[in-house]
Design a protein around this ligand. Structure first.
Ligand SMILES: Cc1cc2nc3c(=O)[nH]c(=O)nc-3n(C[C@H](O)[C@H](O)[C@H](O)COP(=O)(O)OP(=O)(O)OC[C@H]3O[C@@H](n4cnc5c(N)ncnc54)[C@H](O)[C@@H]3O)c2cc1C
Length: 367
């Protein structure tokens, strides 16, 4: 038996699991290592925060998938890869030996640039920890009796932060005052001006061209000397690579993401494949996003199969552009394709159909 170990149940790996159902790999023992028994679909997370979805609508339960795929599941976190013994060391003390390894562990929150962020701010990643924090916030805000508005300050104005700020403003309405601190003068991308208008319409205060220098309990300090008082601070400052991948000896790009070739194969270790945000394709500079992570599912599934069968690997060229659908709280969304953008309630319903269609592909019942 050969041993294939899948690290992380990210967007690409749920496709790998699905591809094994009804089409198993002969003489291969497959293990999935994941810290949680479900995979949250981040594209629907703002919709959950806004109150449009139940959490169950936004998660892929892993137990039915691994059962149907004939995959052994270890619920733990990978910490290190020992390339002398070809073993993954896990947080629970287990070691998983492999002949072939696939990595789709996503990014980690980048809290290092702002002192105090790790201690006093809620981070968007791990998404499971954000979910727990939001449940607590919800409980506190909805059950309190005073009239004082809860001040929620988002530090970082990327697409995820903007969507969540608008979602919270929509959900809590007059109970909160939401502020978004943006380091740049304009919001990113061709949809920046549209988003700026929508933030103003929805009552979210946008502080542009302000760089947070420190976060402490109850306040965000800016480089300008201003101090923004806050009851809740959310660090939406972006994501970075998990350090353990490079420390294990895998060749990475300058930011620490696993460097892979056109086959999604590590450039330093031929028995390692990687996809999604944790990987950078050396010949294709693409944004780190769920869209590209989803697209990498079929090619990595195919090449794992080819590698195990000693067949030639198939090159993959990710598309140059992709469609982004950004929800704005009230069942309204903006669609962006390069410099072209559309908006409306119909865009939200279109996004809703796409998202629910994606989730339906992985919604299996336990046998
Ligand atoms: C609020 C929010 C909204 C977003 N909305 C969009 C959107 O609308 N469109 C879009 O394209 N992108 C969106 N993104 C970005 C998107 O979430 C990421 O690009 C995407 O999740 C990357 O997918 P992935 O498969 O690489 O990793 P992930 O989805 O992060 O999956 C990685 C998996 O690996 C597991 N894992 C992590 N570390 C380990 C470890 N050490 N060992 C084992 N398992 C591990 C994690 O628990 C997780 O299950 C959003 C992000 C956020 C935060």
């Amino acid at each position: 038996m050969k041993r294939l170990v899948l690290l992380g149940a990210g967007h690409a790996h749920v496709h790998v699991l699905k591809s094994l159902i009804g089409s198993p790999l002969a003489k291969v023992a497959i293990t999935l290592i994941s810290p949680y028994d479900r995979q949250v679909y981040s594209g629907m997370l703002p919709g959950w925060v806004a109150g449009h979805y139940a959490l169950d609508d936004c998660v892929i339960p892993l137990a039915p998938l691994v059962a149907a795929a004939g995959v052994h599941f270890q619920q733990t976190t990978a910490m290190h890869i020992d390339f002398i013994r070809n073993e993954v060391h896990c947080a629970n003390g287990n070691k998983a030996a492999f002949d072939l390894l696939a990595i789709d562990t996503g990014p980690v929150a980048d809290l290092s640039l702002i002192p105090g962020a790790a201690e006093y701010a809620i981070s968007l990643r791990p998404i499971e920890a954000f979910i727990e924090s939001f449940e607590r916030i919800k409980n506190t805000i909805l059950t309190r009796s005073t009239q004082h508005k809860i001040r929620i300050v988002f530090v970082g104005a990327g697409a995820g932060g903007i969507e969540l700020a608008l979602a919270m403003q929509h959900f809590f309405s007059s109970r909160v005052a939401v502020t978004l601190v943006s380091a740049t003068n304009t919001l990113p991308g061709s949809v920046g001006p549209k988003l700026t208008r929508i933030l103003a319409q929805q009552g979210v205060s946008l502080l542009s061209n302000r760089v947070a220098s420190r976060i402490e309990r109850g306040a965000v300090h800016l480089q300008s000397g201003e101090i923004i008082e806050a009851d809740i601070v959310i660090a939406a400052t972006g994501a970075t690579a998990a350090a353990w991948l490079g420390k294990s000896g895998l060749q990475t790009d300058e930011r620490g993401f696993v460097l892979v070739n056109d086959y999604l194969q590590s450039v330093s270790h031929e028995n390692v494949f990687a996809a999604g945000d944790c990987a950078t394709m050396m010949n294709f500079i693409r944004p780190k996003s769920g869209v590209y992570a989803v697209r990498a599912g079929p090619p990595i599934a195919l090449n794992l199969r080819h590698y195990l069968n000693n067949e030639p690997l198939a090159a993959y060229a990710p598309q140059a552009r992709s469609l982004y659908l950004i929800s704005t709280g009230d069942k309204y969304a903006i669609a962006s394709w390069g410099n072209f953008a559309l908006q409306g309630h119909w865009v939200w319903h279109w996004k809703d159909r796409i998202d629910r269609g994606f989730m339906a592909k992985y919604a299996l019942e336990l046998p």
